[in-house]
Design a protein around this ligand. Structure first.
Ligand SMILES: Cc1cc2nc3c(=O)[nH]c(=O)nc-3n(C[C@H](O)[C@H](O)[C@H](O)COP(=O)(O)OP(=O)(O)OC[C@H]3O[C@@H](n4cnc5c(N)ncnc54)[C@H](O)[C@@H]3O)c2cc1C
Length: 452
């Protein structure tokens, strides 16, 4: 495959701006312009794109689904390799594994696996692509139980800085395999295929849902912090401060409220029902304006509920922290966050995590609790004010934080720790070893490329 055979859009050429725009799910598109955009169809195209970049003396960055909140794949002076058309799934019925290309969307993978009674912990929104999702960690459906999705990556096929297509696993090229499990945008290569371990589909899926007025936010948050460690791993609890939507999907008048969402994704009905009973222990239960419990659900519904929360076509800015801090320290700050949600689209997420051992992987930061703020708006005149909201509050939480998740990172505006010091050093060493010329751009920190 030669560089001439790839489909390449030069800066300013017809179709270039559409491809650049399509590379970001977020309508808040950064003012960064790659020199070239390569529309890859397969691994051969990726090999040719890297060879082209080497000859032209350009850096390289990939994009899969374009769901990085900061559009970290769109970079000045680079060849942007667009992998979105690489969306093939290989799965043999009955096999507990699948091979997926980076452009595959989470919902599609789980739809394909349903017939076989299997599932994979994909991102909560249906269109998050597996490429960036898996590389950065992958906090997906039932990850509290089966782990961040990157830990289920058994092997990867990678185009290296030398322009070779290699396979990496625990046994072969382990440096690449280790980094592909959590380094996110700092990965020194382009993954063209992931080999995944699959899981049995939860047979009993139920959800309970409550809406509390924000006046009782402090009581609800204290209670949620107390029950967090008691939650079975297969029960996902998410407290979301936002403007609720009615059954018709329309926003309900009256501003933000505190939504308590419990999703039991379990093997049997009795355990699913019992686990959701925990949500009935909230001391201000009688203040719930909506109390809908023990409803059967399925992945189709779960994806569409998440999609309704984070809608495409709007401008978004997110930020987050992992923390082990106590309620006394956290609740006053989170209460301010809840009371200051700046628009109907914006929301705050309080997500009790089930900490686990991360082995043979770059991923290394977690905590008992995940806190994130997502500002969503439409008017470009509000960019500065809306973008400041998540950052300002996460800055207040930073002294109580273990670090930040690459999933909802905002390193451009708020540099923070996202790997343990040991793994950060190891990643730097591996990058020097495998990409000494810095062909692949790394993290985008403080609006300047770092690493590579
Ligand atoms: C609406 C929404 C919902 C989300 N929900 C979740 C969630 O539930 N859980 C969660 O963990 N995260 C979630 N995220 C975050 C998301 O998983 C990350 O931003 C992830 O990086 C997106 O992957 P992508 O391929 O779509 O992004 P892209 O923007 O295409 O890529 C993100 C970064 O990864 C690099 N990259 C992508 N593919 C490759 C590849 N094949 N090889 C090398 N580098 C690559 C890019 O260069 C870029 O720096 C969500 C994001 C959005 C916008």
């Amino acid at each position: 495959m030669s560089a001439d055979s790839i489909r390449r859009l030069e800066k300013g050429a017809p179709g270039y701006e559409e491809a650049r725009r399509a590379a970001s799910w977020n309508a808040l598109l950064p003012d960064r312009r790659p020199e070239q955009i390569v529309l890859a169809r397969d691994a051969d195209d990726v090999v040719a794109a890297v060879a082209y970049a080497r000859e032209a003396g350009l850096t390289v960055k990939a994009r899969s689904g374009g769901h990085s909140w900061t559009a970290s794949g769109i970079r000045e002076g680079s060849v942007l390799v667009d992998l979105s058309a690489m969306d093939r799934v290989e799965h043999t019925p009955g096999a507990p594994t699948a091979a997926v290309e980076p452009g595959v969307h989470g919902r599609r993978l789980n739809e394909l696996l349903a017939a076989d009674g299997l599932f994979f912990p994909t991102g909560h929104c249906s269109t998050v692509a597996l490429g960036g999702f898996l590389l950065q960690g992958g906090w997906g459906w039932n990850s509290r139980s089966v782990g961040p999705a990157c830990l289920s990556v058994e092997a990867v096929e990678v185009v290296t800085a030398a322009g070779e297509l290699i396979r990496a696993s625990r046994e072969e090229n382990p440096d690449y395999w280790w980094a592909a499990r959590g380094a996110g945008p700092g990965f020194f290569g382009i993954v063209t295929r992931f080999h995944l371990r699959l899981y049995e589909r939860p047979a009993a899926m139920r959800r309970s849902f409550y809406i509390y007025p924000t006046e009782v936010a402090a009581e609800v948050l204290h209670w949620a912090h107390e029950i967090g460690p008691q939650l079975p791993p297969e029960l996902e609890l998410g407290l979301i401060a936002t403007t609720p939507r009615g059954p018709d999907g329309e926003l309900v008048e009256g501003g933000a409220a505190l939504l308590v969402n419990g999703h039991a994704l379990m093997a049997d009905e009795a355990t699913a029902r019992e686990s959701l009973e925990l949500l009935e222990t909230c001391p201000v239960l009688e203040r719930a304006q909506v109390r809908a419990t023990q409803m059967p659900t399925d992945f189709a519904e779960l994806y569409s509920r998440s999609d309704a929360m984070e809608q495409e076509g709007f401008r978004w800015c997110a930020d987050n922290v992992w923390t082990d801090a106590g309620a006394e320290e956290l609740v006053p700050v989170v209460e301010d966050l809840v009371q200051s949600v700046p628009s109907a689209l914006s929301h705050v997420l309080w997500y009790p995590w089930h900490p686990q051992r991360f082995e043979d992987a770059a991923i290394s930061i977690q905590g008992n609790l995940y806190l994130a703020a997502y500002a969503g708006w439409e008017d470009p005149a509000e960019d500065a004010a809306m973008s400041a909201w998540p950052r300002r509050h996460m800055e207040r939480l930073a002294p109580s934080a273990n670090g930040t998740a690459l999933a909802d990172e905002n390193l451009v505006a708020r540099p923070s720790r996202f790997l343990s010091p040991e793994n950060e050093r190891r990643l730097d060493t591996l990058r020097q070893r495998h990409d000494p010329d810095g062909r692949f751009l790394g993290y985008l920190i403080g609006d300047r490329p770092v690493g590579g």
